[in-house]
Design a protein around this ligand. Structure first.
Ligand code: TXA
Ligand code: MG
Length: 299
């Protein structure tokens, strides 16, 4: 990685595709490999506070409170960047998204590389995020220098992204429920969507999408419409589909989140005409599941 390599590695959320954040050429390769548009900034991963201070100008009090409470973990903070961070990393923004991952493999990699790693999720732009090394292998295997296999990720959904200034704002719901953040720093504003100048570039309406068309159900599907299609159920199985996955038999939203992308990868590989998905309760981590499903089904 010190020599400009691009390596996929596990985090507790999803697999990332990492390059030295201070090496603009290596970061350019990440964009190229993912076919990611240059307007979409990357998240910088740090091992410790010392590295954090090489990446950001300052840490406001509210950010410090969140760091103490939630790092290492699935929370990305958007803070003012230092000049040393090349503008390709932040898509020209004066701010940078940073997080300290909790996964032992990610931490070992960051410590041994000795540099912060700019890493988006390790999937082609717009496609399902990877929660296993096999997903990365299948989607990008030919193009990356190495893949570190840490097994299935435990959380299965991307980090929650919060911007601190001018006011605390939720930019992306994710593995850390917004309620838990609000319990520490008070109410978060929700991003008001502006297509021309979004606060979180890259939060596109169509995203996280399998190749197979997907639709989120608001009730039961007539039996005659089931053959040929697959069902991603929340808690209870339904007969008549060609393929079936159940996110969590006990209705546990965390378990459902951990299975979401994995099951969608599986269903997407089956050549089905359509994937039907049951809606999930949109509280706690369910809000992030609902967000991913809405974007995955948006055409
Ligand atoms: O859990 C995760 O966050 C994973 C793992 C690998 O850490 N990473 C991830 O990265 O989901 P990615 O590239 O798929 O999503 C990064 C998103 C961007 O699309 C953008 O919306 C937001 O983070 N972002 C990054 N830097 C930002 C900035 N300076 N201002 C606003 N939003 C930013
Ligand atoms: Mg992504």
């Amino acid at each position: 990685m010190r020599g400009g390599g691009v390596v996929a590695f596990p985090t507790e959320t999803v697999y990332g595709l990492g390059a030295n954040a201070f090496d603009a050429r290596a970061v350019a390769r990440v964009f190229e490999i993912k076919q990611r548009p240059s307007f979409d900034p990357l998240i910088v991963h740090v091992a410790d506070d010392e590295t954090l201070m090489k990446v950001v100008e300052s840490v406001p009090d509210a950010a410090r409170a969140l760091i103490e409470r939630f790092w290492p973990g699935p929370l990305t903070l958007v803070l003012r960047k230092r000049d040393a961070v090349p503008s390709i990393v932040t898509a020209g923004l004066p701010t940078v998204g940073v997080r300290m991952p909790a996964h032992p493999v990610a931490r070992a990699l960051l410590e041994r590389a000795g540099v912060p790693l700019a890493a988006p999720s390790a999937n082609p732009f717009g496609y399902l995020s990877p929660t296993r090394a096999e997903h990365v292998e299948r989607m990008l295997g030919e193009r990356v220098d190495a893949i570190l296999d840490g097994g299935a990720t435990t959380l299965g959904l991307e980090s929650t992204i919060v911007m601190l200034e001018p006011q605390p704002t939720l930019l992306r719901c994710g593995a850390l429920p917004a309620e838990e953040i609000e319990a520490v720093i008070g109410p978060l504003a929700r991003e008001v969507g502006s297509e021309s100048a979004p606060l979180a570039p890259g939060r596109l309406e169509t995203h996280y999408a399998p190749t197979t068309p997907i639709r989120v159900l608001d009730g039961d599907v007539p039996e005659r419409e089931r053959p040929g299609a697959g069902l991603l159920a929340f808690q209870t199985a339904v007969d008549g589909y060609d393929a079936l996955r159940v996110l969590s038999r006990s209705g546990d939203l965390r378990e459902a989140a951990a299975h979401l992308f994995d099951y969608l990868h599986e269903l997407d590989a089956m050549g089905l005409t359509r994937i039907d998905v049951q809606a999930v309760p949109a509280h706690g981590i369910g809000a992030a599941i609902a967000d991913r499903l809405r974007r995955a089904s948006h055409r």
